[in-house]
Design a protein around this ligand. Structure first.
Ligand code: HEM
Length: 478
């Protein structure tokens, strides 16, 4: 349940601590989809013991517990963790739209590692900061970035053939190539896209990965927080120098043939004026760590989850191979079924009563996107992965979300004023990258022997609250 912060490492720490805990501390591990018995109230309603949220069982099999919450405790008061959970789709949507009633201040979500970010602002200042970057990630600006995404995806995948790989991410035997597409593609491809569109020089990419990884490791107030804070400071200093240089000489993005396809984001920001004044260097650098942090882990998770789910549904995969436009549906259905971001914290600005539960002003209210995406009030058989489902909206992403003609948008990017500004570019990265991957791999299949298993020791492990971390595939070389 701690997975409510978009860029948090808390989940991984929790996984480690739960794995280290003696089994007697854990709740029983249940078949996926079934909840363990935590007792019943006098009215026969199943109870929720909030200690479950810290358990390995919940981590791997959260959805039956969310269902109990949606059905019986749509606003669940968790006295142990001193917070509330909002689990129904409609309620989560309403709260996200009400930026005044459910504010984002102070989230403290990044423990200072990402700086003073727009994630934790509301109102006019939030809008102003968001627009500075957001405008370069949508519409015509995004169209200009697509050749860059194509070029980078192509370079990564072509690299499998041309580079002598260190480690075991790619290996060939008897006409079959085995590849771990996390290491070989998904982990760093999104970072290279963000790095590229922002306008970092190619030679700085290695350094950029170091900063990114250090910031990610530093999230969540862990021992590595200091390293994360320093990395963010170094990144901002570096960007500061870059900004000064770009003010004099802007730089351009290149497509795969080396043609210029518009200025990079840092160069564009150097030209931006507000009320007649150019943006200060501080204004340009201050949100950069957030864009960097927001654009990596999330999109990596989306790509790996897409492939993990799709390859477990070979009939749907075959249809996608026959019609590449279906990658859009794969992207959206994956984000509905198994989003990399579980939800968002909000604080209620005023006293309120929701579903009969009184919530004093200033309480931490967790909006659970994981649960909203599986709300049977909105999506039929929500646990089933079906790219052809007729109740999911898979059209152009809208900040307002979509509800109409029997379809709803998923909640993976949030909705309303804070809707992820990287949603459009993440969509392009995941679908373009997947299209190119699918063209290059003949008959790809999950290498089950190398993948984590579920409690029966045979089936593939469920994703639960955690995106796929490693995905081993085999494909034919001939
Ligand atoms: C599949 C990939 C992604 C997912 C699932 C995702 C999800 C989210 C979510 C749930 C939020 C929080 C919304 C809220 O507080 O209500 C968010 C915010 C944000 N994301 Fe993403 N994101 C993804 C990719 C990206 C990318 C590629 C970028 C940058 C290039 C990015 C940049 C941001 C930023 C800057 C914010 C803060 C927005 C604000 O507070 O106004 N994200 N994202």
């Amino acid at each position: 349940m701690l997975a409510t912060c978009p860029f948090s490492k808390k989940l991984e720490q929790l996984v480690d601590s739960v794995e280290a805990a003696p089994p007697s501390m854990a709740f029983p591990l249940m078949p996926v989809g079934q909840a363990c018995d935590m007792g019943h109230g006098a009215d026969g309603v199943p109870l929720i013991d909030p200690r479950i949220f810290d358990s390995w069982e919940f981590m791997r099999n959260p959805y039956p517990y969310y269902r109990i919450m949606r059905d019986h405790y749509p606003v669940f008061r968790d006295k142990l963790h001193n917070c509330y959970y909002v689990t129904r789709y409609q309620d989560v949507t309403d709260c996200y739209f009400d930026d005044e009633g459910f504010n984002t201040i102070p989230k403290g979500s990044s423990s200072g590692v990402l700086g003073n970010t727009q994630l934790e602002l509301s109102g006019i200042e939030h809008k102003r900061r968001r627009n500075l970057y957001g405008q370069h990630l949508v519409g015509q600006s995004l169209d200009l970035r697509i050749p860059v995404i194509e070029r980078l995806a192509d370079e990564w995948i072509t690299g499998w053939d041309q580079q002598a790989w260190e480690g075991t991410a790619v290996r060939d035997k008897n006409g079959v190539r085995t590849v771990e597409i996390g290491k070989a593609f998904a982990n760093e491809f999104p970072i290279s896209v963000v790095c590229g569109v922002l306008g970092f020089p190619d030679e700085a990419r290695g350094q950029f990965y170091y900063w990114y990884n250090s910031m990610m490791a530093g999230l969540g107030g862990s021992e590595t927080q200091k390293q994360g804070l320093e990395a963010r400071q170094d990144l901002e200093d570096y960007v500061g120098e870059l900004v000064e240089a770009r003010r004099i000489k802007p730089t351009y993005l290149l497509d795969k043939d080396g043609n210029q396809v518009g200025k990079d984001i840092i160069s564009k920001l150097c030209e931006t004026k507000i009320d007649g004044d150019y943006l200060s260097t501080e204004e340009i650098t201050s949100n950069i760590a957030l864009v960097v942090g927001g654009g990596g882990e999330t999109t990596r998770g989306a790509i790996l989850n897409m492939w993990y789910l799709l390859l477990q549904h070979p009939d749907q995969f075959a249809r996608v191979l026959g019609d590449e436009t279906l990658w859009d549906a794969v992207f959206h259905e994956t984000l509905r079924h198994s989003t990399p971001i579980g939800g968002q914290p909000r604080h209620n600005s005023f006293d309120l009563t929701m579903h009969g539960v009184h919530v004093p002003a200033g309480s931490l209210m967790n909006m659970v996107d994981f649960s909203a995406n599986r709300d049977e009030r909105i999506f039929k058989d929500p646990g089933i992965f079906d790219i052809f489902r007729d109740d999911l909206y898979t059209g152009k992403l809208l900040r307002s979300g979509f509800a109409g003609e029997g379809r709803h948008s998923h909640m993976a990017f949030g909705v309303g004023p804070h809707l992820c500004p990287g949603a459009w570019i993440a969509h392009q990265e995941a679908t373009i990258g997947s299209r190119i991957l699918a063209r290059r791999m003949k008959n790809p299949r999950i290498r089950v022997s190398d993948m984590p298993k579920d409690i029966d020791g045979v089936s593939l492990a469920p994703m639960g609250l955690i995106s796929v971390r490693e995905l081993w595939l085999d494909y034919d070389l001939a």
